[in-house]
Design a protein around this ligand. Structure first.
Ligand code: HDE
Length: 738
């Protein structure tokens, strides 16, 4: 038995370490025996022999050759040579965290799943967020779908909700997944571009797959460039089933609703962050948890009784469709809190193995053909990635309940199975392990009636490809629509093949003619007139192209408010990053008043000055500098404040980096505040001329720009502005030189 090692919190308690309050739960305890901590320990080989010299190889003489006998060197180097495992074929780039889930009240009416019964029970979870297309080392801020995978370690075994931050998918049938991924990944001849869909093969495929249109609207929207993993929604995408103790089934769509709201960055900002801090989302998640700002989501369900299966305009089994929240409201049934960073990225975040097929009694699958294909793929991929059939024994993958079955052996087997029998039925082992009856919690599949022909076909109910794409587009605010048009113009602008761009314009025509025209204009193309031609996805097996012609119809719903991020939570500034630009001679009173007001509202505030160390205030007080203008950039912050103080303002006014900081913050539509006595800094920006012509030098309040004499008043107006997150209206008229 490995020695039981205390969790790191108890080894290194920090004065302000919120992790110290981390609940000890069944999963934390199950990880403890596998956790190594070197504090105050001597170095050993992997076989436990103490190492006396880790600096030099064993040699034949001081200047002689190294000796093969050096088992310490050989072991170290061999292990190093074998450190890498294949990265995930998709979702390679990710970040994870531990947490807990609690249901608000028993959901026994719809499911018998144990973790959804008792509001006093905390279920341990591990969550991994990811991008899809990029490699392990790629940027966090790529325009991409984000994975949102949750492993619940329940008392009935592991349940994995392997979702995304978009509620639909590109394709309807798993058969097309390898094609989709081959198309979006870097092109095979030169392996360009990394973590980007803006290239020919992706759009070639998409332009021939009208079923992807709805997902493309989401991908081209700001949902694809989140401000933070903590500010994303999550979706199970497929329709699943919930089964109650009476064996009744309800269809269900799973949602995660972030308590901080859904927010994004600007595309120009995203590209900038990718260069300056490719770990932006990873760092943000890590820092939030380390500082005790635990990210939270509510679990939502849209429940549809079995009898209503065919009540909708769309097919519940079609993963390119949402159930609009207006038709079936999302009920919030519980809360997920991420409260502990992993101890080791590889052991936990890299080795965790999610599988959409990991379900528990009370949850079941539907016949969604995308879901059905996923049920095969996940275990298959783990076998290669984690090297064999025992990956479920890796500590992060182990359930918190005991495992008993007759599966044996294989590479890296950890479990020492005691019984003489490894088969069932047996008499020599007393018949153990016994099958669990229904009353003992044994899993039974929902007894759905199936009476069908074996057929390689797609249901005609899957062929409305545009109505929900249109619903999504029409539901967006004007700035969001503008961003979609710009994103499409950018992505298709990178496509070299004219015919591919033209096919895409035809598809866009079916979503919104104005959108198609806007993109056509940006690309220098004609606005499409006839849109029927490119809708053929290829010749189907039965030779009847009729089957592949999309059905063109409207959604019965004109708009759905839940689809626009403009309607998200905007009532707080918790965890927002605020920059204070200051230099020697700053007015420490206003700096402190505003800083304290922001911190009191939960924001994270950093003082940025021309150089690191300290600045001296007007009254010779030393104020610590968090970052210099060299290491900080406006794209890392949500808002910026310039305190007063004549010398400080004069320095910043002549400091090009400070003016650029403000210009860029303006360009990215962020809240900006300045003390009236620092107005000269604002006047040095290009956007000063956008202030109202009649502005008084004592007080300005326009489009998220606050100039105010009174620091308390300024703080309050500034906080209100930061709550809005971004002032997208500023983009019109655009063209900003920052
Ligand atoms: Fe995945 N997906 N996927 N996927 N997926 C993987 O499994 C696959 C799909 C999702 O953080 C792989 O362990 C197929 C939809 C997430 O570790 C692989 C199809 C949704 C993650 C795989 C889909 C997802 C994966 C790669 C179409 C949202 C990352 C590595 C039939 C509901 C999990 C791995 C993590 C990972 C297959 C479509 C979500 C290859 C075949 C739809 C969040 O098994």
């Amino acid at each position: 038995m490995p020695k039981k090692i205390p969790a790191r919190d108890s080894i290194h308690p920090q004065p302000d370490d919120k992790r110290a309050v981390n609940p000890s739960n069944a999963k934390t305890e199950s990880l403890a025996p596998f956790t190594e901590d070197p504090t105050n320990e001597l170095m050993t080989t992997n076989h436990g022999v103490k190492i006396n010299d880790d600096q030099n190889t064993l040699k034949a003489g001081e200047r002689g050759p190294s000796l093969l006998e050096d088992f310490i060197f050989r072991e170290k180097m061999t292990h190093f040579d074998h450190e890498r495992i294949p990265e995930r074929i998709v979702h390679a780039r990710g970040s994870g965290a531990h947490g807990v889930f609690k249901v608000y009240e028993s959901q026994s009416a719809i499911t018998k799943a144990a973790f959804l019964q008792d509001p006093t029970v905390e279920t341990p979870v591990f969550v991994r967020f990811s991008t899809v297309a990029g490699s392990r080392g790629s940027t966090d801020l790529a325009r991409d779908v984000r994975g949102f995978a949750v492993k619940f370690y329940t008392t009935e075994g592991n349940f994995d909700l392997v979702g995304n931050n978009m509620p639909v998918f590109f394709i309807q049938d798993a058969m097309k997944f390898p094609d989709l991924i081959h198309a979006v990944k870097p092109e095979p001849d030169n392996e360009i571009p990394q973590a980007a869909s803006a290239h020919d093969t992706f759009w070639d495929f998409i332009s021939l797959m009208p079923e992807s249109t709805h997902m493309i609207m989401w991908l081209m929207s700001d949902r694809a460039i989140p401000r933070s993993y903590r500010m994303m929604e999550g979706f199970g995408v497929h329709t699943f089933r919930l089964i109650n103790a009476d064996g009744e089934s309800h269809f269900v769509k799973f949602h995660w609703k972030p308590l901080l709201g859904v927010h994004s960055v600007a595309w120009d900002e995203a590209q900038n962050i990718s260069g300056k801090d490719p770990d932006f989302h990873r760092r943000d998640l890590w820092n939030a948890i380390e500082s005790g700002n635990f990210p939270e989501w509510e679990l939502g369900v849209q429940v549809v009784p079995e009898a209503d299966e065919h009540k909708f305009e769309f097919d519940l089994l079609d993963p390119t469709k949402i159930i609009p929240e207006e038709l079936v409201p999302v009920q919030r049934i519980g809360k997920l809190t991420l409260n502990r960073n992993p101890d080791n990225f590889f052991a936990e975040t890299e080795q965790i193995a999610f599988h959409v097929g990991h379900i528990v009694p009370g949850i079941d699958f539907t016949n969604d053909p995308l879901l059905q294909g996923r049920l095969f793929s996940y275990t298959d991929t783990q076998l290669l990635r984690l090297g064999g059939p025992n990956f479920q024994e890796i500590p992060i993958n182990r359930p918190i309940v005991e495992v008993h079955n007759n599966q044996r052996d294989g590479h890296m087997r950890q479990t020492i199975n005691k019984s003489k029998t490894s088969y069932n039925p047996n008499s020599l082992g007393g018949g153990c392990p016994f099958q669990a009856g229904k009353l003992q919690g044994g899993f039974t599949s929902y007894t759905e009636r199936i009476d069908a022909h074996k057929i390689r076909e797609r249901s005609r109910s899957f062929f409305d490809h545009f109505s929900q794409a249109r619903l999504f587009f029409e539901s967006q605010s004007e700035p969001e629509k503008e961003h979609i048009a710009q994103a499409l113009s950018f992505e298709l602008g990178k496509v070299q093949t004219v015919a591919v761009r033209e096919r895409m314009l035809h598809i866009l025509f079916h979503v919104n003619k104005h959108l198609a025209a806007q993109v056509a204009y940006a690309l220098g193309h004609h606005i499409p007139k006839d849109s029927s031609a490119p809708m053929n996805q290829g010749v189907p097996a039965d030779g009847d192209p009729e089957h592949y012609v999309p059905i063109i119809k409207d959604s019965p719903l004109a708009v759905s408010a839940a689809l626009s991020m403009a309607n998200t939570v905007k009532d707080n500034i918790r965890t927002r990053q605020i920059a204070i630009l200051a230099a020697d001679g700053v007015d420490e009173q206003s700096l402190k008043t505003v800083k304290n007001a922001l911190i009191a509202e939960g924001a994270v505030v950093e003082v940025i000055a021309p150089r690191q160390g300290f600045i001296l205030s007007e009254n010779d007080e030393q104020i610590p500098v968090d970052k210099s203008l060299l290491t900080a950039a406006s794209v890392f912050y949500d808002a910026v404040y310039v305190p007063g103080g004549t010398n400080s303002a004069a320095t910043l006014e002549s400091e090009a980096e400070a003016i650029h900081f403000l210009n860029e913050a303006f360009k990215h539509c962020k809240a900006i505040a300045a003390d009236a006595s620092a107005i000269q800094v604002i006047e040095a920006t290009y956007f000063a001329k956008k202030l109202p012509p009649d502005f008084s030098r004592e007080s300005v309040l326009t489009e998220g720009i606050v100039v105010e004499k009174n620091a308390k008043q300024l703080a309050s107006l500034f906080i209100d502005a930061i709550k809005q997150h971004r002032f997208w209206e500023r983009e019109r008229p655009r063209k900003v030189p920052a």
